[in-house]
Design a binder for this molecule. Structure first.
Ligand SMILES: NC(=O)c1ccc[n+]([C@@H]2O[C@H](COP(=O)([O-])OP(=O)(O)OC[C@H]3O[C@@H](n4cnc5c(N)ncnc54)[C@H](O)[C@@H]3O)[C@@H](O)[C@H]2O)c1
Ligand SMILES: O=c1ccn([C@@H]2O[C@H](COP(=O)(O)OP(=O)(O)O[C@H]3O[C@H](CO)[C@@H](O)[C@H](O)[C@H]3O)[C@@H](O)[C@H]2O)c(=O)[nH]1
Length: 326
């Protein structure tokens, strides 16, 4: 049985491919390298191509014994999704619906989907459970929620079983720094803070200090990419044992403020970090913290790297890696 990993050359997908290969799984990676990197794919069979190609996907499904599809490929920038929604709806929704249609056609019934906390929209400061209403406030979040709704319908009509894993803030890197986070442009806080520490960037800009949080900066739930991958692996195994899946938050159920992240980066790197203050970034909720107890219960998922300093340490090793072509 083979697992098809779509988007396996990206940040989270590449860590997933590494983990699956370490587990001895047979893996095929499909990626068009639009935001991913060929050298991030450390195992499995690599197929260069667009998952929006019906012919290519049909060919892959026909010629390989695939039982599970893990789908990481999408565009991920909230701001860009507001100014270029067509790009997001086409790749994140249309292409994914076609993928699901082809899976049904080829009788492939197990699907693991990269969803996001952005499906919830505006929330209070309490940890968010899956029972919280989904009311995304930007096109990126809406594209993910639309796929989730389609998944419920595909499950009912065609028996396609899925885990839709709603990540909170993915961060960290492979502890050996073989692979790590590479987004261009980078918009995520932890890599940006570490770029300020390494000197690749002059400073880190804090977007808003007037939020209703203890220190006035936004609070997020940072989860190590390897812990995310562990949950995905458990999800695949659960599907293979007949688990029906569903929607699950993935986070550490502990929030850290932007100021706390900067302090952690100073502690870990031992370097001064210049901080600039700026206005709030549009669309940022004050607090986003997961209640991930459903994933813990359903999958026996235990996050092994919940501490912010460990997440930052692994990301820092990657940032400092010599010879990397940025
Ligand atoms: N990074 C986060 O904090 C975060 C949080 C929540 C959810 N997610 C979700 O996790 C998934 C992975 O995120 P990431 O940070 O690894 O992103 P990424 O941009 O690093 O990886 C996405 C990968 O998909 C590939 N891809 C995109 N469109 C494709 C297409 N049409 N055909 C083939 N390949 C295609 C890209 O080349 C890239 O390798 C995304 O679906 C994202 O929405 C990420
Ligand atoms: O230069 C920066 C970058 C970010 N931030 C702040 O840091 C926090 C975290 O921002 P970022 O790392 O960009 O992550 P989020 O905007 O929280 O979004 C991530 O986490 C969400 C789930 O929580 C996912 O839905 C998104 O896909 C993913 O990008 C936010 O308060 C930002 O305002 C800054 O102050 N300065």
């Amino acid at each position: 049985m083979t697992i098809l990993v779509i988007g396996g050359a990206g940040f989270i997908g590449s860590h997933m491919v590494k983990r699956l290969c370490e587990e001895g799984e047979s893996v095929i990676v499909l990626d068009n390298l639009s935001t991913g990197f060929r050298d991030a794919v450390v195992g499995g069979e690599f197929i260069f191509g667009d998952f929006g190609s019906r012919a290519l996907l049909s060919d892959i499904f026909r010629t390989h014994d695939i039982d599970t599809v893990m789908h990481f490929a999408s565009f991920i920038q909230v701001g860009e999704s507001v100014t270029a929604p067509a790009k997001y709806y086409l790749n994140n929704v249309s292409n994914t619906l076609q993928l699901l249609d082809l899976m049904v056609e080829h009788d492939i019934k197990q699907f693991v989907f990269s969803s996001t906390a952005a499906v919830y929209g505006n929330t209070g400061s309490e940890p968010i459970t899956e029972a919280h209403a989904c009311a995304p406030i930007n096109p990126y979040g809406r594209t993910k929620r639309m796929v989730e709704e389609a998944l419920e319908d595909f499950n009912r009509a065609y028996g396609l079983n899925f885990f839709s894993l709603r990540y909170f803030n993915a961060a960290g890197a492979d502890p050996m720094a073989r692979i790590g986070e590479r987004h261009y442009p980078e918009t995520h806080l932890i890599p940006l803070v570490l770029q300020a520490a390494s000197g690749r960037r002059d400073a880190i800009t804090v977007f808003g200090r007037d939020y209703p949080t203890p220190d006035g900066t936004c609070v997020r739930d940072y989860v190590h990419v390897d812990d995310l991958c562990e949950a995905h692996l458990l999800a695949v195994r659960a599907l293979r044992k007949g688990h029906k899946g569903g929607f699950f938050n993935l986070g550490n159920s502990r929030g850290y403020s932007v100021a706390e992240v900067i302090e952690a980066a100073q502690r870990v790197t031992g370097r001064p970090i210049t901080v600039w203050d700026a206005e709030r970034r549009a669309g940022d909720p004050p607090v986003l913290v997961a209640d991930a107890s459903a994933a813990v219960d359903a999958l026996s998922w235990v996050a092994t790297k919940p501490h912010l300093d460990v997440i930052v340490e692994d990301a820092w090793r990657w940032e400092r890696k010599k010879g990397l072509k940025w």
